[in-house]
Design a protein. Structure first.
Lengths: 231, 231
DNA sequence: CCGCAAGTTTGCTGAAGGACAAAGAGATCA
DNA sequence: TGATCTCTTTGTCCTTCAGCAAACTTGCGG
């Protein structure tokens, strides 16, 4: 296999402060892997043997309840670390990671985590910043679930995906990975039926345009209003 | 002021691996402070100037929504660090901390965080373990809010408080700090009315005995069933 | 000891949204 | 090209629980 290009990592937050030679070292120890849409990267409860960095595509991090329901905990976009159980001294993955679209990721054995954090200034710090952000996002979702009505939560979920992965198309901004009604319901704690009804209503109002698995937001500002904006 | 006793920290997770002299050093830099019930330790959005360790009492960590509703994010019990924004590179507190009962806490200026993690092996590691646990708890709450009915969530909340702070009394296990119906509703995303009705019903069934601000769980196993147990 | 504030209980009503059902519309595969 | 699977839409019913209102209890401060 040919060597990975250094430009893959240059500029990504966890590595932004490193020198070329250091990036080279890190890359030489990375295992790159491609995942088809729907493929599992790691599974809840399994030994956390590696930590990962998403280079291309989108990852859904999912928890399954006793009753078999799925809850989408997190979406990962390119440039982000994920499956970083070792950062929190966990030895099993707390959730399952599934490719939302065809994806490419690097991974390293967890034993290198300690080495990276010790050796590369900024790596630990950046990683913990990321963690802090995720904690904040989770808090936001708890607050939403506890205080907002379904319509607001779904609007907020759409906006979050648009902000994280939106790409401009002629009609508006498209969410860059496949999303089903069921997926949205798993992000917002409702049913796919209710999501479908909301999207139909919004379609009628010209706020979104959606086809099977794909959603284009044509009037983001109206969604912001619906979400009961805070910032 | 007389010197703090070293036994205060010995045996607490963040300090368990340290030697007497190291604990002495840490203590000498700590600022102890007492808080009345209801007193604020720090406020959401303010500069995170210090991090804290609870020695005695109980702390509620609370977020306020735009609409003025409160959400209880977390309860802290003795021996736990809190307000550890620096661990996540945050420079403001993401939530407000309020003493749920009369409490005693130590605190240190954030600049010592880096020093502690660098100097004392195990301190960083233990702290990040704690963080990992909190992340897990938050995930659990998201899952609960997204999938469970109010009754299950309230049952689960009571059990959590019992596990964290329960002390044995003759009739059962008492939650060790004052809790109002409103507090419980702020933990579970419902109204104080609904919580009151549930407690009344459970009282009738002999599962709990509650007086103003105090709750004794007399039949924990029955609450476990109601909560839709998972583990 | 009285008055007030904070916490609690309970009843009633209505709306939100979950559950169930069934059918249509794209995809995918043999 | 048909068969099947997944995703989506829409309708109807019915439960849960929030909202509103009012009274009761307990504790505290003056």
């Amino acid at each position: 296999m040919s060597k990975l290009d250094e430009s893959l990592l240059t500029g990504l937050p966890p590595f932004s402060l490193l020198e070329r030679s250091q990036i080279r070292e890190i890359l030489d120890q990375a295992l790159p892997k491609r995942y088809d849409e729907g493929a599992e990267i790691f599974h809840e409860g399994h030994d956390a043997e590696r930590f990962h960095l998403l280079l291309d595509g989108y990852i859904r991090v999912v928890k399954t309840t006793e009753g078999g329901e799925q809850i989408i905990a997190l979406h990962i976009s390119p440039g982000q670390l994920f499956g970083i159980a070792p950062a929190l001294n966990r030895d099993t993955y707390p959730a399952t990671a599934v490719a939302a679209s065809e994806s490419l990721a690097l991974s390293w054995p967890v034993r290198l985590w300690g080495e990276f954090t010790a050796k590369y200034p900024g790596f630990a710090s950046e990683s913990y910043s990321t963690l802090g952000q995720r904690l904040g996002e989770m808090q936001t979702r708890i607050t939403e679930l506890a205080t907002q009505a379904v319509e607001q939560r779904v609007a907020a979920a759409l906006l979050r995906m648009v902000n994280q992965s939106g790409r401009k198309v002629e009609e508006g901004i498209e969410i860059a990975f496949p999303v089903t009604r069921r997926n949205i319901s798993e992000m917002t704690g409702t049913t796919l039926h209710t999501v479908s009804r909301l999207l139909s209503a919004w379609e009628k109002d010209g706020i979104v345009h959606s086809t099977r698995k794909h959603i284009v937001v044509t009037a983001p500002h109206r969604l912001v209003v619906l979400s009961g904006a805070q910032g």
